[in-house]
Design a protein around this ligand. Sequence first.
Ligand SMILES: Cc1cc2nc3c(=O)[nH]c(=O)nc-3n(C[C@H](O)[C@H](O)[C@H](O)COP(=O)(O)O)c2cc1C
Length: 310
Amino acid sequence: MKCFFAPLQGYTEDAYRRLHNDIFGGIDAYYSPFVRLEHGKVRSKDMRDIRPEFNEGVNLIPQIIARDAEEMHTLLDVILPLGYKSIDINMGCPFPLQTKHGRGAGLLECPEKVEQMMEIVKKNADISFSVKMRLGLNNEEDWKNILPILNDTPLHHITIHPRIASQQYKGTVNMDAFDAFLEASKHPVVYNGDIQTTDDIASLEKRYGDRLYGIMIGRGLLARPSLVWEYVNNTKLSDNELFEKILLMHDKLHEHYTRIIPGEAQQLSKLRTFWDYLEPTIGRKHWKKIMKAGNMKNYLMTLSPVPLSH
Ligand SMILES: Cc1cc2nc3c(=O)[nH]c(=O)nc-3n(C[C@H](O)[C@H](O)[C@H](O)COP(=O)(O)O)c2cc1C
């Protein structure tokens, strides 16, 4: 079973991926947060994030978000010259800013748009395309109109997050719908959603075995960056080993932000996001201290090697 790091806009950026790969590892591929158009052009911030020189040593699959074939063409014209041979297509983003323009999960209500986009996939036989999607926009059955089109397209795999867009990332995942999707898909399927522990991974492996091509983990890896490495190596890091590695990653990110972000206040606000999902791992008390520190000096003092609370 392959293990992929999910794309998380604002979190899994180039430096994070590089450092995670060096310090924790265990990941088969990292997906970039979606690359999108702004005023008809690819955002320069997104382009920087996927430039090969900023992703050395990382198996990166760029993800694109497009509302139709035209936008998809524009994105590919800029991204493919960088040399990538794999591209992931976002059909799952639940944010209204994207869905109301027909992007992300918005596409799940527009089979004709998906069909036109899949024509581009068919014409680019040298590129390995995958799709990341949800069950639907507002209806858990939307996928039933989309999957036949995807089944008829040479895709490498489909990642499915078994929620609808209005749930965003909350509420229960619909495993019955996932089972039906797995059954109906002609392509290898990757499961995504709420994987938090090595036991969660083990139970998916036990339940689906070879029927599952892989799993994709987002928040669970932000919360415990060693999660996949621990699963793959059947080893649990001690609290202190884990905290040391988290601090090493943090310090290298700090160095990086000092180089690319002007101003200490901005560096601090970016650095704080590193801890957003780490509360379950470092304990509430320590987490609150880190989040409350008002300036860089106090913030760095909160990071002295305090052992984990559990
Ligand atoms: C802050 C945030 C940003 C995200 N950005 C993206 C994105 O750019 N592309 C994408 O396909 N999914 C994005 N996702 C969804 C995640 O990739 C993943 O599908 C979701 O978090 C569920 O998986 P998890 O329970 O393992 O976190 C984002 C999710 C969050 C919470």
